[in-house]
Ligand binder design. Structure first.
Ligand code: PEP
Ligand code: MG
Length: 580
């Protein structure tokens, strides 16, 4: 049994069989071969080494001819490594003595070599680790041949263990079979984490390297609440977690009883609890949890889930499914927030060194007007079916907002000219997720019908902490006083105008912050649908006066650690765990 600590990004417990993905997203197959097949397996390994060597020789020749001998030498070095007698005898020993499959032996041995190189101080030598990964991949390609399988053909329940999953890979996971996932890299606010919540499966990211320790079919436990991953658990641990999973299920049933109760505080102040969705099917999750509407529809997942650019009709179908299902409740369609870690199959911008600071989101939309207009047409058409709002992401200047509104007005005129129905008076809003937008909030509230605070990005841009990087996870903190000040400024400016203000970052789905946010004047929370009952439970146990006292106390504290521990205590004191 081995325990790994990662970052908890989607709650719950999953116990099941591992499906291990290599760096290229292909499965690394099971570990063992039977005694009587050892000779055949050794032969298969020899065949793969021979084929890989021929391939490298061909590359060496071609590169030497085109670019000169010195470049061909790179491949000569690969060839030497591949034919190194120590490597060969290690691989043979693993297959003969330990009965590892050749794929597993190759993967395990070469990754160990790569780790040794990676730890060397000389950066030149450390980079040789990549050469070793290259050799590993080449050998695996030859060993697996046509049997290389991706993640798309699943037929039984699995827990996916991968180095990384991009948001689009996560978006394409088969919900019928994937019961949880773990990635070696990734941080708390990455979109991979957000999709895990949409799938409502436990997930842990940022564990650090462990894939060489596990193979397909091993039993694994994912504890999405504590961020723990347990490889090959003993019986006692499995029994304990089965019990815990049972508890979680019965807690969910108890929370269901809140579904039809109003979202209001103990002193009767009515709130709006809205759902964040990434896929149209999640509208059912919103309805099941009694959401007051959709506060954030991350439409970029339409682009991420498909090989081709979605047509206007594809957009329209997706939006109308959501709008129809919500009846007269609001549906906030956020225009596509692509770029940074959400990269679709568009041509990649050249040399994006800082993709989170680069051509993402509304900037990308304003530079790709046909793409933007297609989406706006579809969203406007869907507005004829219900209560649609349109929201622009990552707005950082007034000019940007005005430009986006101008494009929208132009598309409206176009629809009108063609006699196509839409709601002319639909509400137009913006995300507040860049510190510059908060600094200019007094101006912004004059030009929009509502604002929604995106703390996921606001934290990253204020504290200069990459939300998807596990190495700086300790610095990524919603309770940092600077973040709380920016949130307060936004809420107060919106309430003064007054226009509705919502908070749709992950922070609003964490019960620990509910009292504080209520005390700061927030009345609209948009959260992952599964979090709605828990947030409602907190709201129904507290009065606004108590929350204002919490906010006042927090204002007197000067660091996130003290604020977090105070908020945890306060939550425990005021809100009984349901059913206890
Ligand atoms: C945010 O930044 O808080 C937000 C809700 O948007 P996203 O997570 O999609 O960037
Ligand atoms: Mg954002």
């Amino acid at each position: 049994m081995q325990k790994l600590q990662g970052i908890a990004v989607s709650p719950g417990v999953a116990i099941g069989e591992a499906l291990v993905m290599d760096n290229e997203g292909f499965r690394i197959p099971r570990r063992f071969v039977t005694r009587d097949t050892v000779e055949d397996e050794l032969e298969r390994l020899e065949g793969a080494i021979a084929a890989a060597s021929r391939e490298i020789e061909r590359n060496c020749e071609a590169v030497s001819q085109e670019l000169g001998e010195q470049y061909g030498a790179i491949f000569k070095a690969h060839l030497q490594m591949l034919q190194d007698s120590r490597l060969r005898s290690e691989l043979e020993e693993m297959i003969r003595q330990r009965h590892y499959s050749p794929e597993y032996a190759v993967s395990r041995t070469l990754r160990r070599y790569a780790q040794v190189f990676g730890r060397l101080e000389s950066s030149y030598l450390a980079e040789r680790a990549n050469d070793i990964f290259d050799i590993e991949k080449r050998l695996l390609r030859h060993l697996l041949g046509r049997r290389r399988e991706g993640i798309s053909h699943l037929s039984s329940a699995v827990l996916v263990l991968a180095h990384n999953l991009t948001p689009s890979e996560t978006a394409n996971l088969d919900r019928r079979f994937v019961r949880g996932f773990v990635t070696e890299i990734g941080g708390p606010g990455g979109h991979t984490a957000i999709v895990a919540e949409a799938l409502e499966i436990p997930a842990v990211v940022g564990t650090g390297p462990f894939l060489t320790e596990v193979s397909g079919g091993d039993q694994v436990i994912i504890d999405g609440d504590k961020g723990l991953v347990i490889l090959q658990p003993d019986e006692e641990t499995v029994a304990r977690y089965r019990h815990e999973a049972e508890e979680i299920r019965s807690m969910a049933v108890r929370l269901e009883s809140l579904r039809d109760l109003p979202a209001e505080t103990a002193d009767g102040v009515r709130l709006q609890l809205l759902g964040n969705i990434e896929f149209p099917y999640e509208v059912d999750h919103c309805i099941d949890r009694g959401a007051d509407g959709v506060g954030l529809y991350r439409t970029e997942f339409l682009y991420l889930g498909s090989e081709t650019e979605p047509t206007e009709e594809v957009h329209y179908q997706a939006y109308s499914q959501v709008v129809r299902a919500m009846g007269d409740k609001p549906v906030t369609i956020r225009t596509f927030d692509l770029g940074a870690d959400k990269v679709p199959h568009l041509p990649e911008p050249e040399d994006e060194r800082n993709p989170f600071l680069g051509l993402r989101s509304i900037r990308l939309a304003l530079r790709n007007l046909p793409l933007f207009r297609t989406q706006l047409r579809a969203a406007l058409r869907a507005s004829a079916l219900g209560n649609v709002r349109i929201m622009f992401p990552l707005v950082s200047t007034l000019l940007e907002l005005r430009q986006a509104k101008m494009v929208l007005a132009d598309v409206m005129e176009d629809l009108e000219e063609h006699g196509i129905a839409f709601r002319r008076d639909l509400h137009i809003g913006m995300m507040v997720e860049v510190p510059a937008a908060v600094m200019m909030i007094e101006h912004f509230v004059e030009e929009v019908d509502f604002v929604s605070i995106g703390t996921n990005d606001l934290i990253q841009y204020t504290l200069a902490v990459d939300r998807s990087n596990r190495d700086v996870v300790g610095l990524y903190n919603p309770a940092d006083p600077s973040i709380l000040k920016l949130i307060t400024m936004t809420i107060e400016a919106a309430n003064r105008k007054p226009i509705p203000v919502n908070l749709c970052g992950q922070m609003s789905g964490s019960p620990m912050y509910t009292m504080l946010l209520l005390g700061m004047g927030l009345r609209r929370f948009s959260v992952t649908p599964s979090a709605i009952p828990e947030i409602k439970n907190v709201c129904r146990h507290v009065t606004i006066e108590q929350c204002q006292a919490v906010a006042a106390r927090v204002r007197s504290l000067e660091n996130a650690r003290d604020i977090n521990s105070y908020l945890k205590e306060e939550l425990k004191r005021r809100v009984p765990v349901l059913g206890q």
